[in-house]
Write a protein that binds this ligand. Structure first.
Ligand code: SF4
Length: 328
C-alpha cells in the first residue's frame, strides 16, 4: 500500500508503521536487540467504519492502537488522521488531535481513579481541555452517562460501587465525553462475562450510528470482532497477514493462520461440524522472529520458499489483502 492509494473517505491512513522496543544490556545499557512489536503495517479506516484487529496476544495489535494515539512513540512510519500527520504534531496541535482520538481500555477499573466520583472521571477530559465551567462539565458528564445507559445518581458514586459491565460503560462515557471522531477500543469486552459482552458491543454500535464514530476495535476473539467490525485485519507476530471486509473474510479466509483461527470458532448447531485446524508449536518471539514468512514454523503448508522469502502483502480480490505465497 502506498500513501497515494488513500482517498477522502478515509479518516485514518496508516503506512509502514513500525514500533520496536529496544532491549538494553550491560553497564552502558547498550541496545543489544529489538522487540519488533509492530513491523511494517499499513491500513486505512474509513469514516464511520469499524476496523477489527485480531490475533493472539503479543501479535502487536494493542501496540498499533497505542502508537496511533501517541501513547507510545512510533519507531517509523506514518499515520494521517483527517489528513494531519499524527506523528509530526507537537504542543497545542497534538492536544487538539488528542481530543478527536480517544481510547477505551480493557480494564476499566484500572483506568478509573478509585478516589474520584465517576462524574468527575467522565468530565476529566473536558477539564483538561478547558471546556465549560465545573457545572457545565458535570451536566455534560451526566448526559454522557445517560447515553451509555447509566443514571444521574451514578455520577456521584465511586468506581468500586459498580459491576464490571457498568465500569466499562463508564469507560465508554469517558471516551465519548469529548465528542471524538475516532476511538481505539482496546479489548473492551475481553474482561467481561459473556452475558455482558453483547450489551457493551451493542452500546458501541448504537453510539457509532448516533455519533458517527469510527473505531479501531482490538480483540483476540474472532466472534467478537465478527459482531462489530465492517472490515477485519488479522495480525501475526507484528505483521498484518490478512485484511478484508468482514463477510468476505468469514466466507473465504485465505491465509492459513486466519483459517486456523476461524476453525476454532465454536459452531452453535451441534449437527454442523467444522474441521478443526490445530496449530502446533509456539508463537515465535517478536524479539527474534523467524526469517521469511513469520508463520512458517507453524504453517501446515510451508514450502522451502516460505523459510527464506517474506511474502508481500498484496490485494488479491476487491479490498482483500493477504501475505501468503499460496495466494499468488
Ligand atoms: Fe504458510 Fe508459506 Fe503461506 Fe506463510 S507463505 S502462510 S508459510 S504457505
Amino acid at each position: 500500500m502506498s500513501i497515494q492509494d488513500t482517498n477522502s473517505e478515509n479518516l485514518l491512513v496508516v503506512r509502514n508503521l513500525k514500533k520496536y522496543f529496544p532491549v538494553r544490556a550491560g553497564f552502558f545499557q547498550k541496545v543489544v536487540a529489538n522487540v519488533r512489536a509492530v513491523d511494517d503495517v499499513s491500513f486505512d479506516i474509513k469514516v464511520g467504519e469499524t476496523l477489527g484487529l485480531v490475533g493472539e496476544s503479543g501479535c502487536g495489535k494493542t501496540t498499533i492502537g497505542r502508537t496511533i494515539l501517541r501513547l507510545i512513540e512510533p519507531t517509523s512510519g506514518q499515520a494521517l488522521f483527517n489528513g494531519q500527520d499524527v506523528f509530526k504534531q507537537r504542543g497545542r496541535s497534538m492536544k487538539n488531535l488528542r481530543r478527536q482520538m480517544q481510547i477505551i481500555f480493557q480494564d476499566p477499573y484500572a483506568s478509573l481513579d478509585p478516589r474520584m466520583p465517576v462524574g468527575e472521571s467522565v468530565a476529566e477530559g473536558l477539564r483538561i481541555h478547558g471546556i465549560g465551567s465545573k457545572r457545565d462539565r458535570f451536566e455534560i458528564a451526566v448526559k454522557t452517562l445517560k447515553k451509555v445507559g447509566l443514571e444521574e445518581y451514578h455520577a456521584r458514586r465511586y468506581p468500586h460501587e459498580f459491576s464490571g459491565g457498568q465500569r466499562q460503560r463508564i469507560g465508554i462515557a469517558r471516551a465519548i465525553a469529548l465528542a471524538p471522531d475516532f476511538i481505539v477500543c482496546d479489548e473492551p469486552v475481553s474482561a467481561l462475562d459473556v452475558s455482558i459482552q453483547s450489551q457493551v458491543l451493542n452500546i458501541l454500535k448504537d453510539l457509532q450510528s448516533e455519533l458517527g464514530l469510527t473505531y479501531l476495535f482490538i480483540a483476540h476473539n474472532l466472534s467478537v470482532v465478527e459482531h462489530i467490525s465492517h472490515r477485519v485485519g488479522v495480525m501475526y507476530v507484528g505483521k498484518m497477514v490478512e485484511l478484508s471486509p468482514r463477510e468476505e473474510l468469514f466466507r473465504n479466509p485465505l491465509h492459513p493462520y486466519t483459517k486456523a483461527l476461524m476453525s476454532a470458532i465454536p459452531v452453535p448447531d451441534p449437527r454442523l461440524k467444522r474441521e478443526r485446524m490445530i496449530l502446533t508449536g509456539d508463537v515465535p518471539s517478536p524479539l527474534n522472529p523467524p526469517p521469511g514468512c513469520r508463520f512458517h514454523t507453524r504453517c501446515p503448508f510451508a514450502m522451502d520458499r516460505c523459510r527464506m522469502e517474506e511474502p508481500a502483502f498484496r490485494e488479491v480480490g476487491p479490498d482483500h489483502w493477504v501475505a501468503c505465497f499460496l495466494v499468488e
